[in-house]
Design a protein around this ligand. Structure first.
Ligand code: 6GU
Length: 271
C-alpha cells in the first residue's frame, strides 16, 4: 500500500517511523511519504491560510496550495492501481472511523490524508478533488482536535496493522475488540495470585471449551456494561444456546436476529 500524508507540520508524523508501522515501512510493506503543504506554495511568505468569506473567527486553508499538493500525490499513483486513490480528510464533521472502515481502507492501493488546520480547508478543494480521488471526510469521534495530524496517526496505525505481514501473528487480529462487533474479554498473566487477587479459576482449568465459553460471556458482559450501543447492531441471528442464555442473564433477548433489551431487566452491569 502507498500512503501520502500532506500537512503543514510534517514533523508531527514522526511517530510513523516507530514500532510496527516503522517496521512495515522498512520491510517494504508500506510505502509512506509525508509532504509539507508549504512546499506547494509560490509566494514569498509560503502562505497557506486566509480570512474566511462571510466573516467569523479563525482562518481557512487556501485552495491553491492544496490543489498543487493533491495533484502531485495523485500523479504518484502506483502503476498497478485499479482505481482512483482514496482521499481521507480528517474532520470532526466526517463519517465515524471504526474497525470496519479500517478493514475497508486496508484493501486500497493508495490512501492520501489531507491534514487540515485552523477552521478547515476551502470547500472548493474538496469538490475539485472528487475528479481525482474518492473523497472521504472521516472523524475519530465527537470531540475536536486542533488539526488532522493526530487523527492520521491513529488511522494509519489502525489501517497499517491490517496489511498482510505487518502484525506477526494474524490470529491476534481475530480475537481483539471490535473484530467481531464486541469488546474484548479480560486477560491475565502470571502470577496466578497477585496482591491477594486470583486469576479466574476457569482459565487455569485446561478446559479449552469452557474457557472459550467464559471468554465469550465476558465479552457480552463488558459490552453490555460499557458499550450497549454495540449490542443494538450486533448480529445475533445464529448464536449458540449458551450465548443466548448468557445474554438473557444480562437482560437481552434475541428477536428477529437482533438483541432486544428486556424492559424489566435492571442495570446491564449487574449480572
Ligand atoms: Cl479526524 N480531525 C479533527 N481535526 N478533529 C477531530 C477528528 C478529526 N476526529 C475527532 N475530532
Amino acid at each position: 500500500m502507498r500512503i501520502d500524508v500532506v500537512s503543514i507540520f510534517p514533523e508531527y508524523l514522526a511517530p510513523l517511523e516507530l514500532s510496527l508501522i516503522g517496521k512495515a515501512r522498512q520491510d517494504g510493506l508500506l510505502d509512506l511519504t509525508v509532504h509539507d503543504l508549504r512546499s506547494f506554495t509560490t509566494d514569498r511568505h509560503r502562505t497557506v491560510d486566509d480570512t474566511p468569506y462571510g466573516g467569523g473567527a479563525g482562518m481557512v486553508m487556501k485552495a491553491e496550495p492544496w490543489a498543487q499538493a493533491l495533484a502531485s500525490v495523485a500523479a504518484a499513483q502506483p502503476a498497478d492501481a485499479g482505481s482512483k486513490p482514496v482521499l481521507i480528510v480528517p474532520s470532526p464533521a466526517g463519517e465515524r472511523f471504526n474497525q470496519a472502515l479500517a478493514y475497508e481502507l486496508a484493501e486500497e492501493d493508495q490512501l492520501v490524508f489531507a491534514c487540515g488546520r485552523y477552521e478547515g480547508i476551502d470547500e472548493r478543494v474538496i469538490e475539485w478533488a472528487e475528479e481525482h480521488f474518492t473523497v472521504r471526510p472521516v472523524s475519530l469521534g465527537d470531540y475536536v482536535l486542533n488539526g488532522g495530524e493526530v487523527a492520521v496517526l491513529a488511522m494509519v496505525e489502525a489501517i497499517g496493522r491490517l496489511l498482510p505481514g505487518v502484525v506477526g501473528n494474524p490470529e491476534s487480529l481475530v480475537e481483539e475488540s471490535h473484530s467481531d462487533g464486541l469488546l474484548e474479554y479480560p486477560v491475565y498473566t502470571k502470577p496466578s495470585v497477585w496482591r491477594d487477587r486470583e486469576v479466574p479459576a476457569i482459565l487455569l482449568s485446561g478446559n479449552h471449551g469452557k474457557i472459550a465459553q467464559w471468554r465469550r460471556h465476558e465479552q457480552y458482559r463488558r459490552t453490555a456494561e460499557r458499550r450497549p450501543d454495540l449490542l443494538e447492531t450486533f448480529d445475533a441471528g445464529s448464536l449458540p444456546r449458551a450465548d443466548r442464555t448468557a445474554l438473557a442473564d444480562l437482560g437481552y433477548d434475541v428477536v428477529d436476529g437482533r438483541l432486544k433489551r428486556r424492559p424489566d431487566s435492571g442495570s446491564a452491569a449487574s449480572a
